[in-house]
Design a protein around this ligand. Structure first.
Ligand code: DX5
Ligand code: ZN
Length: 222
């Protein structure tokens, strides 16, 4: 499949959120990545339902909502109502993961599970067939602009092998420290959805930065 690009609005200018979402609308991006943090599961608080709903109001592309929160079951319906098209919950935050995944699907959303850097892919063996997507965290969740962790390539390889056995249509998303310096290596390792925050929004040419992730074979000089 052609890979997908999901710019993360965590790195957007919140005082100009509509402008930044409109930039994504007219870009080569496929989704809008929306990072929700609760100050409990991760040591940072980002935003909640009103910002997700405001994003939905302007976005012409699906909202890929990444829930970095404890006990996400409490809020799945509220995030669906705010405009989520897909929801990704953390393996480490869900003691009844199978139930949580079924609940996301019953809401009509694409269902994903995220793994922190220390969580092995093998733990997904008995749930992977039920998933639409797995998100491999390539930084510790909580903040944008962190350094990419190299062990991610090995985890992407592990996940690709497991998905070939148990769920060949699986979306494999990588999130954290992604930019044009590692895009080709990530795609080769098996990623097919790339999240990018700072590498897009700190660029003087944001549309060009997104194009370079979508079409790395013809990298533009930005
Ligand atoms: C981190 C978030 C990421 C973040 C990525 O906890 O899940 O989506 O926005 O930011 P960059 O691309 O700047 O590493
Ligand atoms: Zn994210």
């Amino acid at each position: 499949m052609n890979h997908l690009i999901a710019p993360s609005i965590l790195a957007a200018d919140f005082a100009n959120l509509q402008r930044d979402i409109e930039m994504i609308n007219k870009s080569d991006a496929d989704w809008v990545h929306v990072d929700v943090m609760d100050g409990m599961f991760v040591p940072n608080i980002s935003f909640g339902f009103p910002v997700v709903a405001a994003t939905k109001k302007h976005a012409t592309k699906p909202l890929d909502v990444h829930l970095m929160i404890v006990d996400p079951d409490r809020y799945l319906k509220a995030f669906k109502d705010a405009g989520a098209d897909g929801m990704t919950v953390h393996y480490e935050a869900c003691p009844h993961l199978h139930r949580t995944i079924q609940a996301i699907k019953e809401l009509g959303c694409r269902a994903g599970v995220a793994l922190n850097p220390h969580t092995p892919v093998a733990l997904l063996e008995d749930i992977i067939a039920d998933l639409d997507m797995v998100l491999i965290m390539s930084v510790n969740p909580g903040f944008g602009g962190q350094k990419f962790i190299d062990n991610t390539y090995k985890k992407l390889n592990d996940l690709k092998q497991l998905s070939q056995k148990k769920n060949p249509g699986l979306l494999i998303e990588v999130d954290g420290g992604v930019g044009e310096h590692n895009v080709t290596k990530l795609l080769d390792a098996g990623a097919n959805v790339l999240v990018a925050g700072n590498s897009v929004f700190s660029s003087a040419n944001q549309l060009g930065a997104i194009s370079n992730l979508k079409y790395p074979e013809k990298l533009l000089q930005l």
